[in-house]
Design a binder for this molecule. Structure first.
Ligand code: NAD
Length: 292
């Protein structure tokens, strides 16, 4: 494709996503706060942006994949940011997980400058990014979704337009609620099995074949048994997401008793200094509460 893509934010998710776009034949110019991540993209055939302006100038599509709402606001709207440097008509696809209201605001600000903005957060984790199997939840205009679709098809298997700007983030918040609850219950089941002296490898194998089976169990079960909490998805990011979930639920007047409780455990882990561990480290809180 002769579409030029600027890719900003080459972390655990962004780098493998950008690499998949290079492999699909796109010209991808990368930028990241820490330059080693750009080196890794260049080694795979990408280009070095050398800054936001360098990456964005001349691009037809700008993809951002950075941690949090203030990062996206600064990167898109800030001085020297994406909106200042993008040519009119550029498709700006923010794939970070951020607050739905911030997604709506940056989309409006983009439209005022003649830019086309989508929120397109993803699910599927690092493995989904590497294997190009992400689920992509898109908020924005139908025509912009169609324009972005060839790119989404490179990055994932399930791109779905779920509504106007911000709706992608609302669906992603629901995703994070479900994932956190899943991990929490898997952690409780594992500690429960261990306390009963049951072999957890065979235990998880048979659980995985029944109604208790889940992607979380498949992806995280072994690592949780082995207490390998290498991220994956960092507790600090899930804490950010549970805050989005609890704020959005409160704003809509929806009770999320289990979600609110898991949010407390995620926050506790972060406060204990474990923000850099994978979210499967929720198991540590179950152990602490069980005195094990
Ligand atoms: P990460 O911390 O590994 O990567 C973020 C990258 O963005 C870093 O390399 C950082 O240097 C860079 N960055 C931050 N601000 C920047 C800026 N202003 N300009 C340029 N680069 C900047 O995080 P991640 O795990 O890749 O997650 C990125 C986003 O995707 C987050 O919103 C996260 O919630 C979401 N997400 C993560 C996963 C996962 O499993 N890791 C899954 C789905 C969604």
């Amino acid at each position: 494709p002769d579409t030029e893509i600027a890719f900003i934010g080459l972390g655990i998710m962004g780098l493998p996503m950008a690499v998949n776009l290079v492999r699909a034949g796109y010209t991808v110019t990368g930028h990241n706060l820490t330059p080693e991540r750009v080196d890794a993209l260049v080694a795979e055939g990408g280009r070095r942006g050398g800054g936001v302006a360098g990456a964005v100038t001349g691009a037809d599509v700008v993809i951002t994949m950075v941690p949090d709402s203030p990062d996206v606001e600064e990167l898109l709207l800030g001085p020297g940011g994406v909106y200042e440097n993008a040519k009119p008509g550029t498709l700006v696809i923010d794939m970070s997980t951020i607050r739905p209201d911030v997604s709506r605001a940056v989309a409006e600000a983009g439209a005022e400058r003649g830019l086309r903005v989508l929120d397109a957060p993803v699910s599927g984790g690092e493995a989904g990014a590497v294997e190009a199997k992400l689920s992509i939840m898109v908020g924005g205009a139908q025509a912009d979704f169609e324009a972005a679709r060839p790119i989404f098809d490179v990055l994932g298997t399930t791109p779905v337009l779920v509504g106007p700007n911000g709706a992608g983030q609302t669906v992603k918040a629901a995703n994070q609620l479900i994932v956190a609850g899943n991990i929490q219950l898997l952690a409780e089941a594992l500690v429960f099995l261990e306390a009963h002296g049951v072999d957890t490898e065979s235990g998880l194998e048979v659980l995985g074949g029944g109604l208790a089976g889940s992607t979380v169990l498949q992806r995280k079960g072994r690592a949780m048994r082995e207490r390998d909490f290498t991220p994956g998805f960092r507790i600090a990011l899930h804490d950010k997401d549970m805050r989005i979930v609890t704020d959005s639920a409160r704003a809509a007047g929806v009770a999320i008793p289990l979600g609110a409780q898991v949010a407390q455990s995620v926050a506790a882990l972060k406060n204990q200094g474990h923000g850099g561990l994978d979210h499967s480290a929720l198991l540590m809180i179950v152990q602490q509460l069980s005195g094990r």
